[in-house]
Design a binder for this molecule. Structure first.
Ligand code: SAM
Length: 198
């Protein structure tokens, strides 16, 4: 089985926006406990690579045999804080020259219950994911990022829109019961990443 209910949200997002192709390289931010890693690994297949990052340790997926059908991607995990440069450096080294085809982020702050604060922290994490996408995503690549609705959502969306063919706001059925979360789905990165030293 899958490690999280969130797995079904990613499956729905993929059905809506066809995110993954076989052999893709995928970056998954806020990946613990690993439900999205499992979905992505199944969708890209054995020729693909999925790299997950989280503050929390992600238990080894190879240790589990009750998902996938053997045709699953290599999954690598990094434990770290995506707001720290040493983590983004490690991620860049792991991805290397090839770049990523898809960046997905389900990162969420610890909820305080104070709406404006939770929203602001969520936007901060979403912007971090957007930065990573600008750094690593190949031309034509896609970005999916979770964000809590609120006053700064429109600005974030238009900033992302400038770098992609189009952006949609998607609210997967699996998350409608809870909260104010939505996913910004940005399709088709417009330009190549700026390489170091340029
Ligand atoms: N998509 C995951 C799955 O399917 O199993 C669930 C992700 S959960 C909703 C959000 C995750 O974001 C948490 O595991 C949390 O540790 C992580 N997170 C929050 N802030 C982070 C940060 N600054 N850097 C890395 N991960 C972070």
């Amino acid at each position: 089985g899958y490690r999280s209910r969130a797995a079904y949200k990613l499956r729905q997002l993929d059905e809506t926006a066809s995110l993954f192709d076989r052999d893709d390289t995928v970056v998954d931010l806020g990946a613990a406990p690993g439900g999205w890693l499992q979905i992505a690994a199944e969708r890209v297949g054995a020729g693909g690579t999925v790299v997950g990052v989280d503050l929390q340790r992600i238990r080894d997926l190879d240790a589990e045999d009750d998902w996938g059908d053997g045709d699953v991607a290599t999954v690598e995990t990094i434990r770290g804080d995506m707001t720290e440069e040493k983590t983004t450096d490690r991620l860049r080294e792991t991805i290397g020259e090839r770049g990523a085809d898809v960046v997905i982020s389900d990162m969420a702050p610890n909820m305080t219950g104070e709406y404006g604060l939770d929203h602001a922290r969520s936007v901060h994490l979403a912007r971090q994911a957007f930065e990573v996408a600008l750094d690593l995503l190949a031309p034509g690549g896609d970005l999916v990022v979770k964000v809590f609705q609120g006053k700064d959502l429109a600005d974030l969306e238009s900033d992302i829109e400038a770098e992609f063919e189009y952006v949609r706001t998607v609210s997967p059925r699996a998350s409608r019961d809870s909260s104010s979360e939505v996913y910004l789905v940005a399709k088709g990165r417009l330009t190549a990443p700026v390489s170091e030293g340029d």
